[in-house]
Structure formats: C-alpha cells, structure tokens
Ligand binder design. Structure first.
Ligand SMILES: Cc1ncc(COP(=O)(O)O)c(C=O)c1O
Length: 419
C-alpha cells in the first residue's frame, strides 16, 4: 500500500503525503480508518502463503499488501509507519499504543539478564522507573550520567556500568523532561564506539525525541540506532490520545515487529488514523507554540519571583549546551521549566490561582499545560534522582500551547502576584 520509493521531500511535505495512494481505497483523497479486527483470505493457499511470508519470510514485511489480523499489522499502521520512518529519515518505524509501550518494547527486546543500560538524567520518570525499578526485576542494571554534553561525565557512567556487566544500551532523552537539558548525540554515538572497543560489543544507541519531535531534531542522522517518540505529545498534539513510535535500523525494527504481535501493544486502527491526521498539521502547530513559548519564557525570566528558566533558547553563548543546540536542533521547543524562589508552598499557591492555564501532566498539546514536577511527573523518583535531574521543590514545568501569548502571560502574572 505504501509508496516505498525513497522520499526526497522535506518532512513537512512527507507529513501530508507519504505512504498513501488513493488507488488503494476507491480513490479516496485521504486515508480512511480501516476499522476491522481481521482480513479475509482470497483462497486457502493464499492464507498459507501470507502466514509463511509473515513468520518465515524475509522479515515481517514479506506479507506484502495482504494483512492477517490487526494485531499483526493493519493498513492504518502501514500508512502511519511509512510516514513516521520517512519524516525521521529512518529505514523503518513502528507505532505503539503509547510512548511507554514503545520504551518497554525496546527494553524487553534489547536488554537481557546481566546486561545494563547507561542513560541520561533527566529522563521522563516512567522510563527512569523502567530502567531502575522494572527491568532490574528481570536481572538488568542501570547507570546514569547527568551532563549529556560532557564526555567525561557520560564515560564515567559507562565505566561504572562496564564494571557490573556488558552495556547493551546507551540511552538519552534530548531535550530532557522537564528541564530541557541537552544530550550531544554525536558524542553519544562516539561513546558507543568507545564502549565497543572496551567490551567487544557495540551497545544500541536509543534516543527519546519527544520534546522537540521529528521536525526540529533528527537523531537518526546522527547515527542513533533507535529513535523513540511519544506521539501523545507534539505529533498528535491535542492531548486527546496516547500513542508512541520507534524508528530506526530495519533489522532492529523487524525484530521488534515480530515481538509486538505477541505483546499486543500495537496502535489500534482508529488511533492510528487520528495520529496520521494530526501529523499533517504538527509543523504549524509546533511553530506557533514555539513562538508563544519564547515570549512566555522571556517574560518569566524577568519576573522577581522566578529564580530561573530552563528554556533552551537561553543556553549561554559559548557554552557546550549552546554548541549542541546549534548543531543538533533547529529550534528551541515549547516545553521548559521555571524555578520559583521558595519551594512547594509557593509553587502550589501560584498553580491554584491560575484561571486560564490547565494544570495537567501532558505536554505538546494545543492547551498550555502546567504542573509541579516534584509532586506529579517526577513524584515516583527518589529525592536523589530528582536532584540529579535538576528538579527542585520550586520547579514548575510548562508546555506552552496555542492560546494568545498575551493571555498566557496575563494568567501567569495574576497567579504569580499571589504566590
Ligand atoms: C519525554 C517522554 N517520553 C516518553 C513519555 C511516555 O509517553 P506516553 O505518555 O505516550 O506513554 C513521556 C510522557 O510524558 C515523555 O514526556
């Protein structure tokens, strides 16, 4: 179904065109939602051939245009996955029922008992918990670095890990949630080479690209093996669904696809259709949110009750972070944190006074969402892990949305007045 030709268009164009031929469904201009659990076989022999191709053939794609059962793959997934792979510049992509389902799939596929992951803090707390609480129940271990722009800091974590066992995965979230800390992806890939030289096996490099998304940072172009994106955030962008994606090397993706049919954590036909539809407008939504975020961050920076703002655009000239930002990202994003003078009491007073802005934990949607990191998104972390992630009791995360920027600032102004 999908046009498999090598795409030569820019990501914005691919987001509205790639992976769909109107001849495939009664010349409908837009891809329909294929709301079916299963697919009919034209003959018993074809049924056998399709199964053989899927399970024993040249990878799971060998089934071609024929589908078996929606848990194994469906047309909505074909369209969305072709589009995601093209936008990310990856060989292949898979869509899952949430960002965490995608992260869990990678961890279960590529971390074995006795092996470890080296990851950067801050990382979304669900993934931090996956590496440090859940996967160790299957015998894996984790070591964290805290400055993703500093080779010595990352390498020290790798050495601690290699002293415990083989490092199977090197992981980063960049920019990191909630402080927008950056990880130098070229450096990370180079360090994977150093680990290979030291232990005789190259770890998989996995990067979570949720905060900037595929239109403003392209991890695959830096040599990253697997790029994980919570589509729930900017790509779907309306805070009304959950979805996740993995894009990357075809051999790694093929193995994940075969496991996905057993875990049953694929993206369902209706949500796949919604994400495909939303992806078309993601570039312009993200552009406007970023304009608003810049104005809001600049206003917050000058407010006497604000101790600091982690907006990426404020990375100091001449700093390692600035150099990475300019080399790796094409924009500063619209999710950042600000730290209030004081702590939880001041933060709660301010949040409870908000009238327009919604207090909720999602990010990347049309509404501006705001939350107190330590007691919500990063509640489950230990105080030490929170401190290592740059989160204080006065840290408030904001994902700036599409309201008029003056209305967002006015609401913050009246809320800070009483904090
Ligand atoms: C950076 C990042 N990665 C992954 C996830 C998990 O995605 P989902 O909520 O779609 O499972 C989140 C959720 O907040 C996130 O912020």
């Amino acid at each position: 179904m999908a046009d498999q030709k090598t795409p030569s268009f820019r990501p914005e164009t691919l987001a509205v065109t790639h992976g769909w031929n109107s001849e495939d469904a009664l010349r409908s201009a837009k891809p329909p939602a294929f709301m079916t659990a299963t697919f009919t076989y034209p003959s018993a022999q074809t049924a056998k051939d399709v199964h053989r191709a899927y399970f024993d053939g040249d990878g799971p794609e060998a089934g071609g245009a024929l589908h078996i059962y929606s848990r194994l793959g469906h047309p909505g997934l074909d369209i969305l996955e072709a589009r995601l792979a093209a936008i990310d510049g990856a060989e292949a992509a898979l869509a899952y029922c949430s960002g965490m389902a995608a992260h869990t799939a990678v961890a279960l596929a590529y971390l074995r008992p006795g092996e470890g992951v080296v990851f950067g803090r801050p990382f979304y707390s669900g993934v931090d918990g996956l590496f440090n609480e859940i996967m160790p129940q299957f015998g894996t271990f984790a070591e964290a670095y805290t400055d993703g722009c500093d080779e010595a800091n990352i390498w020290a974590a790798c050495e601690r890990a290699m002293a415990r066992g083989p490092v199977a995965m090197l992981a980063a979230e960049s920019p990191g949630n909630p402080t927008a800390a950056l990880v130098d992806l070229d450096l990370l890939v180079a360090i994977a080479g150093r680990i290979e030289a030291a232990q005789g096996r190259r770890p998989i490099v996995m990067v979570d690209n949720t905060l900037l998304g595929p239109f403003h940072q392209r991890p695959i172009e830096h040599g990253v093996d697997l790029c994980v994106t919570s589509l729930t955030k900017y790509c779907a962008g309306h805070s009304d669904l959950l979805a996740g994606a993995i894009s990357g090397r075809k051999d790694l993706i093929d193995a994940l696809k075969l496991q996905r049919l057993t875990w049953g954590n694929h993206l369902d036909p209706y949500t796949a259709w919604l994400v495909t539809r939303s992806l078309e407008t993601a570039p312009i939504r993200i552009e406007r949110a970023m304009e608003n975020a810049k104005a809001v961050a600049e206003w917050l920076r000058d407010h006497p009750k604000v101790a600091g703002v982690t907006y990426l655009g404020f990375a100091p000239e001449g700093s390692a972070k600035r150099a990475v930002l300019e080399r790796q990202c094409s924009a500063a994003g619209s999710t950042f944190s600000f730290h209030l003078h004081g702590g939880e009491a001041e933060a709660f007073r301010m949040l409870d006074r908000l009238k327009l802005l919604k207090m909720a934990v999602n990010l990347g949607g049309t509404n501006t969402l705001i939350c107190h990191s330590a007691s919500t998104t990063h509640y489950a972390l230990t105080p030490e892990a929170r401190a290592a992630s740059g989160i204080t009791d006065g840290t408030i995360r904001m994902s700036v949305g599409l309201e008029h920027k003056d209305d967002i600032i006015a609401d913050l102004a009246q809320a800070l007045e009483g904090a």
